[in-house]
Design a binder for this molecule. Sequence first.
Ligand code: FMN
Length: 391
Amino acid sequence: MLKNVKTGEKGRIPRVTRFHLRNLDVFPNTVLSPMDGVTDAPFRRLCRVLSGNRMGLLVSEFVPTDGDAVFNLEGHKQLRFFPEEKPFGVQIFGRFPDKMAAAAVKIAGALKPDYIEVNAGCPAPKVAGKGSGSGLLRDLPRLQEILHDVRTALDQNGLDLPLTLKCRIGWDSESINVMETLAIAEGEGVEMLTVHGRTRLQGYNGLADWDWIGKVAAAAKIPVIGNGDVNSVARAFDCIENYGVAGVAIGRCAMHNPWIFGQIADAWEGKPAHVITAAEALDVFKLYYGFKIEDGSTDKGAEGRLKQLAARLCKGFCLDGADSGLAGADDVAMQVRQELLSSSCAAELLERAESLKQGIARDLKFDPDRLANLNGAKETEIKYGDQFKGR
Ligand SMILES: Cc1cc2nc3c(=O)[nH]c(=O)nc-3n(C[C@H](O)[C@H](O)[C@H](O)COP(=O)(O)O)c2cc1C
């Protein structure tokens, strides 16, 4: 069982640093894992800028297809992306093969993304409970039909772009079926499989089971992207080296550390690790705010997203010169976090970030790697939790 430890040695480069999605050469082998309500165009832009434009793949938040009688491009704000985001994928979810196929054709035809991805991972009761997202893992024939119909519809419309799939390892610990999912995906022409190493019932509890991800990677003919709890360069290194995946998808860590993609690219390019200062970390809010406003967000909307980022990012602050694991380090992080989260508006949050830079932040360092896990709990083991039992 993989413990959540950091064992990758500094300066080491994994054997695999890139992969191919059909004829796309993806370097570094990272994906910003889609997060509904987080990874919108401004957040993706933030990560891309901070990485020095060195991100592997970007993908939209998941786009629902069940609701509309006829899929309507204008009705889905998740479909907005900028040309500089490419290579870029659009992820769709739903339970009706015909609707999924129609949406895929419309999106691919109009927006020309680099790939279309089907979601078979979302655990939310309103999605999975209705048979979409990870609900498809309880009905693999339906998943197969969706993949078949989407691929066929794309081909029939001359839309020759890759189809990819993102799934969990199964519905619950009694029904882990990720190997069957892989076989179905490959049989239906899926060209990349991202595996989040948790069951649906686990939600985000415990740790992801990378042993299952490793088994899929070993059996697959297509690139397998491992996903779950990658929270540092060292961990990305470990996952790629020890579990044979083509790359890693990184979700929640990007909120704690939006520099992670650039740090991985630096490491894979043999460059020294870029140490982020506390002041640099606090400057991110101004940058992000600008991107949100440029994207048409209201001030209130931008404030919400700044606080969402602050809640995670501030956990990386600790006293400079002290061991970041020492008692007391968390108190400082909490102080900075509280200062930002209690702001009454975006302007105040930005002012406070600025004065923190001149004040307390001069004694702080930013060390996002100190976080043991990404779900906020003290869990260090895989646990097949029951967050969604009965729902
Ligand atoms: C707030 C939130 C929203 C998410 N939305 C999506 C989504 O739209 N599509 C998807 O495939 N996965 C979604 N996920 C799952 C993540 O992409 C990822 O699989 C999961 O967080 C595990 O990776 P991590 O440990 O790197 O965060 C979401 C996760 C979170 C926390």
